[in-house]
Design a protein around this ligand. Structure first.
Ligand SMILES: [Fe+2]
Ligand SMILES: [Fe+2]
Length: 474
């Protein structure tokens, strides 16, 4: 089961060759995916050879190989972790039943919705990042961007497989629609807010991969617990790939921080082409708050349904002691009309989005701690923080209310007057962009606003030619 069949048109470990109808349907979707990739994937680099990793097994050790590949030739495929004998539904009202190998009729619509919503984020991020190659700070970073992009493409494949395999005609229509929506488009936007926001520069990109890909980690962890077994096994393998995306983000921000700290020793970072710490803080505030929204409403009947049904668990549900979440309450702060917050007991199942958000916030706090250690190590006294989770929210209880990064309520006028202190202003964005007017393409060279990484990819040196350009190509 763990071995991946690379001989067939669509690499897979789901024995696709034995389901001719499904194979034909996916082979018909494949050229549409490639058309989408050529139109909306990384702009201007499709003929270049990129040092990419490709999954060759779903085993924890030695699951990937590295080699130079043109992105359109990447072997996107369908990889699930092995079927476990006797796996059960491990939480909610069906606890103890055998895990479902097919979609239970009563949950068909909610499951499809969850899979489509997850699937929609994958191509969306590729679209958001498609112009970044033109201002990459190094070949190393350019390669990392493309690695993230091809893997998000593979995550789309993962969700499209589920739609085609388990949802019949509706599923096939949803799979087409996943290639038709466009990030940021007025008429046909992507489903979730953060995935329609522009990613114009590499600070955005590193914050996005730190905070928004990390939302993905928690959504995937919750779905990896699912009683719908194929979804659980798909998400478990996606998490293996996802780890690299967060690594790219976290180390990317850190390399900017240490560079800035170094330059600050001899004066104003802005005069010397570095990104000031307060500008970095504003980008953190932006992407962290946009990502908090992705968890959904704090008090949510949908969340209760998903948990009760055994479709979406908590972060590492299998490690918890109690799995019904009945007769338990979550002490949830809720804002009144004047923005003042009072704690209310909410039935735990209704609070499952907030429970998942708690796990996410804790993880993000660790990231910020590590950045602060890096600042300290570089001899800089400034520190970064995460804003309050009430800050800049566009979903849930705090939607339409205004709070500063410390969580103090304010009027819309007060917010408007101070917004640019807390979120990237037009001037900030222009400045960051002014540092990134062209790509650094000499092997081993790095842009002036970022430090080199501690080591290369897959044991290769920093001077390695991570991307080989084909100058006379497209
Ligand atoms: Fe993904
Ligand atoms: Fe990702």
């Amino acid at each position: 089961m763990a071995a991946i069949d690379y001989d067939s048109k669509i690499p897979n470990n789901v024995d696709l060759g034995n389901d001719r109808r499904l194979q034909r349907a996916l082979e018909a979707w494949q050229p549409n995916f490639i058309d989408w990739w050529m139109e909306m994937g990384p702009e201007g680099f499709q003929q270049d050879d990129v040092y990419l990793r490709t999954a060759v097994s779903v085993d924890r050790d030695g699951w990937a190989v590295f080699g130079h590949v043109k992105m359109p030739d990447y072997r996107w495929g369908i990889f699930l972790t092995p079927l476990e004998d006797d796996r059960k539904v491990n939480f909610g009202d069906h606890m103890g039943d055998p895990a479902w190998q097919n979609v239970p009729g009563e949950y068909r619509n909610v499951l499809r919705r969850i899979i489509v919503t997850q699937g929609d984020t994958e191509p969306a991020s590729v679209e958001q990042q498609r112009m970044l190659g033109h201002c990459a700070p190094s070949l190393y970073d350019l390669r990392n961007l493309f690695q993230v992009n091809v893997e998000e493409g593979r995550h789309l494949w993962a969700m499209v497989y589920l739609l085609h395999r388990y949802f019949g005609r509706d599923g096939r229509e949803e799979a087409e629609a996943l290639l038709a929506r466009r990030s940021g488009d007025q008429d046909s936007p992507r489903i979730l807010g953060a995935f329609n926001e522009p990613i114009d520069n590499w600070l955005d990109f590193f914050c996005f991969t730190t905070f928004t890909d990390r939302d993905g980690k928690y959504q995937l962890r919750a779905l990896a617990e699912s009683g719908f077994d194929p979804l659980a096994r798909t998400c478990t393998f996606m998490l293996t790939e996802e780890a690299h995306h967060m690594f790219v983000g976290q180390t990317g921000v850190q390399r900017i921080l240490t560079k800035t700290a170094e330059i600050m020793k001899s004066g104003d970072p802005k005069k010397q082409g570095a990104i000031p710490i307060d500008m970095i803080q504003k980008h953190i505030n932006l992407w962290y708050s946009l990502s908090l929204d992705l968890f959904g409403g704090e008090d949510s009947s949908n969340a209760a349904t998903f948990f009760g049904a055994g479709i979406k668990g908590r972060d590492r549900e299998h490690r918890l002691d109690e799995h019904t979440a009945l007769d338990q309450y979550y002490a949830m702060p809720k804002p009144g009309a004047d923005g003042k917050v009072a704690v209310e007991d909410v039935p735990l199942r209704r609070a499952m989005n907030e429970v998942l958000r708690d796990a996410y916030v804790e993880d993000c706090e660790k990231v910020v701690k590590s950045w602060n250690r890096a600042l300290e190590g570089a001899g800089c006294d400034l520190r970064l923080t995460l804003p309050s989770r009430r800050f800049h929210r566009q979903q849930g209880l705090y939607e339409g209310l205004n709070y500063d990064p410390d969580g103090n309520w304010m009027t819309a006028e007060q917010w408007a007057a101070r917004r640019d202190e807390w979120l990237p202003s037009k001037a900030d964005r222009d400045y960051v962009r002014s540092l990134m007017t062209k790509a650094v393409t000499e092997p081993g060279q790095f842009a002036d606003w970022i430090d080199p990484p501690a080591r290369g990819i897959n044991g290769q040196p920093l001077e390695f030619e991570y991307v080989k350009f084909c100058r006379h190509g497209a």
